[in-house]
Write a protein that binds this ligand. Structure first.
Ligand code: HEC
Length: 142
């Protein structure tokens, strides 16, 4: 009996996940990353006085995203909703995971920044990771 209940719950969860779906989830994740990048750019430029807590808030969004990103591209999720995932993600999942891992590692390294100048160095590396991953694994926007 217990088993049947658990199975029913799993089916229900699966159904609700299909409504939101990995495409929407990863696009929302990227939108959050984009919003954090605006804050990060302000700190890196010195437009906002350096504040370690604010820098950490930005970097935490990246670290979290880098951990979640590879799991949001299950096989078959190139279809279902409009998306810009390049087929290379699935033909070279190891390379894609490596890009995500580098992004996370560079974000973690940024936690050591103590002022705007050192944050800027770390932030520049991180934004190069966005460009690098998008260059290979994200389709050009129509
Ligand atoms: C490991 C690879 C990878 C990294 C690193 C990465 N992205 Fe992305 N990003 C993608 C992929 C793939 C898509 C397309 C997802 C889709 O359409 O399903 C995307 C989509 C986006 C989008 C569009 C989201 C939408 O509304 O559909 C934005 C904005 C974005 N990324 C910003 C960033 C920024 C800013 C960074 C760095 C701070 C970054 N990304 C780092 C892979 C990456």
């Amino acid at each position: 009996m217990k088993r049947i209940v658990i199975a029913a719950v799993l089916v229900a969860l699966g159904a609700s996940a299909a409504v939101a779906g990995p495409i929407e989830d990863r696009q929302q994740l990227m939108k959050n990353v984009q919003a954090a990048t605006k804050d990060g750019a302000g700190l890196a430029r010195g437009a906002v006085p350096f504040d370690a807590a604010k820098a950490k808030a930005v970097l935490d969004v990246y670290i979290d995203a880098s951990a979640k990103l590879p799991g949001l591209f299950p096989v078959g999720s190139d279809k279902g909703a409009k998306n810009a995932a390049d087929p290379k993600i699935w033909s070279d999942m190891a390379g894609f995971k490596a890009e995500a891992a580098k992004f996370g590692a560079d974000a973690k390294a940024g936690l050591a920044a103590t002022d705007a100048a050192s944050f800027k160095v770390a932030f520049t590396k991180i934004t190069a990771d966005c460009t690098s991953c998008h260059g290979t694994y994200r389709l050009k926007q129509q």
